[in-house]
Design a protein around this ligand. Sequence first.
Ligand code: ZN
Length: 423
Amino acid sequence: MSSIFSDFFRVTAHGLGRTLLLTLLLVTTQAFLFGQTYDLVLKNGRVIDPANSLDQVMDVAIKDGRIAKVDKAIESGAALKYIDVRGLIVTPGLIDIHTHVFVGGKPDKFADGTFSVSADDFCPRSGVTTVVDAGTSGWKNFEVFKYNVIDRSKTRILAFLNIAGKGMSGDPDQQKIEEMNTEAAVAMAQKYPEWIVGFKIGHYEGSEWSPFDRTIDAGNRTNKPVLVECHLPQYPLAMQLQKMRKGDIITHSFEEITEREPVIDGNGNLRPYVVDANKKGVLFDVGHGGYGFWFSEAIPALREGLEPNTLGTDLHRFSINAGMKSMTNLMSKYLAMGMSLNKVLEKATVNAARAIKRPELGSLSPGNPADIAVFSLYTGDFGFTDAGGNRLKGKQKLETELTIRDGSIIWDLNGRNAKPFLN
Ligand SMILES: [Zn+2]
């Protein structure tokens, strides 16, 4: 206290000359700080941001973990750090809406998601900054998932909460209808609105429709979407699609070998109820996984006008080393199937953000979290496989150069952010 007063009196006592000097010093300091407005600028990249209809060479500036500016030329001297990304593609960080990443929590011998992989082991290297876990946890163990995994990951992890209390635990309780508690699921979603983006029905083997109906009911009560992952014949596809609402998501859309009817009929046409559901606004997710993606379905579907809305990978232990491999591999596969780069990116960014009602993600709009992916697009002779072991040749392949989450670089393939080694 005394030093503040003594400073004040000293400045006053030294009169006008001293005051002017202090003012000048303050103005100079502010100008210096003002000049360095941004923490990081990505220079000269081909910015593709489908949400903002951008596809041109631009600079992207980041400040305090958020997108600060996207412009044709951000003045030099305006940032603490520059990375030249000339020749590379700069996009919003990718969003994978179908993953299984509940690892490490063991409230009992089942409940750790036996198919799961660690998001941070696979996502940054694929340009993915946000994943949605597809019901690996339920209302009984979501908090274990949150504490052990979500709160400790560099990847942003959101969740579709399983209507079954223990999620996809393998526990026999997973099949018990009394464990499928709408009130408890809704209460958990309301407790964690920042993380729980919707509800999931899947892997129920009985013939009752109440698990399905309760999941939709939870969606209705919270205005959140439902992710449907039902393969078994007790739930005919037509009936599932009829019960689903606008904005609900069906996954494994292009599965062929399944007891559930595929979307394409024996004549290579879309089934009428699939067309109707698409018109109604049901969203079709790829959900590639180990068995969920077949060229024999996906290619005719594209031809007949059923594009996937999102490119969920169904990331888990049995898909990463099979045909799926990674989000960038799935995107490159769609390039090989004839989809444009802009459209592929739209599905992997803004479409996914809209599907989970998180408009602050999936675009490079100023003010949004600075989640960014930077890719090389290589040309050459490549091959892509489906669940049936079929190979499709392709000429383009995406590779992730940089991944940025909330302004922090979490993947840097070629050390673009590192300092030069001098010897
Ligand atoms: Zn899944």
